[in-house]
Design a protein around this ligand. Structure first.
Ligand code: 5RP
Length: 226
């Protein structure tokens, strides 16, 4: 029987096959991204020459552990290819990310990338994003105010308990009753002072590798270049 972890690994290995010599690779965060980091480490051990930037301290530790050279993203303006997980992905290549709390750095690295690929097991593939909680990174100074505004918008906000991001900010997990217009929701969130980022990835994902019972299928955003 193929386990979820087998599928995470299969999707990760398929995506890592896109990495070529001399690329600067963005490394995502979470359990699926960790499979990709390990698979990339194996290719580096076999002679692949790449450098990487990471989206979280945890991914940095793992990447260095497996022999990948990690650069400080603060010095980097452009990344060739980023590989990251997701909490939900739909056929439009719209994704919800951030259960692991790294969505702010993940979005910055994705935005800087010529191509971003999501890797996922079958449980993440949905008809339309919206059932997963939508994580929002918030400046602690603005926590109570942002909670009030989000509650007023019907977002059922919950502060993630005993949790701070790598930047020492709060995460508020939201659940919108329906996410019928994700772009309108993203614009609304971006307009609230104190919100630093959120887990709606509507333009970043160029393609996704999704594994179901050991079979990996590739989903490509309409008009994206491979
Ligand atoms: C972290 C993320 C992760 O990529 C997402 O939560 C998926 O994680 P996992 O692969 O462990 O299910 O967005 O901020």
């Amino acid at each position: 029987m193929v386990s979820i972890d087998d599928d995470k690994r299969a999707a990760a290995v398929a995506a890592v096959a896109e990495v070529q010599d001399r690329m600067l690779v963005g490394l995502g965060t979470g359990s699926t991204a960790a499979f990709a980091i390990r698979a990339l480490g194996e290719r580096v051990a076999a002679g692949l020459q790449i450098r990487a930037v990471v989206t979280s301290d945890a991914s940095g530790v793992l990447a260095r552990d497996v022999g990948i050279e990690v650069l400080d993203f603060a010095d980097i303006a452009r990344v060739d290819l980023t590989i990251d997980g997701a909490d939900e992905i739909d056929s439009r290549c719209f994704a919800i990310k951030g259960a692991g709390g790294a969505m702010l750095r993940e979005k910055v690295v994705a935005a800087s990338s010529a191509r971003m690929i999501v890797i996922a097991d079958r449980s993440k593939r949905v008809e339309q994003i919206g059932a997963a909680k939508l994580p929002i990174e918030v400046l602690p100074f603005a926590g109570s105010y942002v909670m009030r505004v989000l509650a007023g918008l019907g977002a059922a906000p919950e502060i993630r308990c005993n949790y701070r991001t790598d930047q020492d900010n709060l995460v508020i997990d939201c659940h919108f009753h329906a996410l019928e217009d994700p772009r309108a929701t993203a614009a609304m969130l971006a307009a609230i002072p104190g919100i630093l980022g959120h887990g709606l990835f509507l333009d970043e994902v160029a393609a996704a590798y999704i594994a179901t019972d050991g079979i990996v299928t590739r989903l490509e955003r309409a008009g994206a270049s491979a």
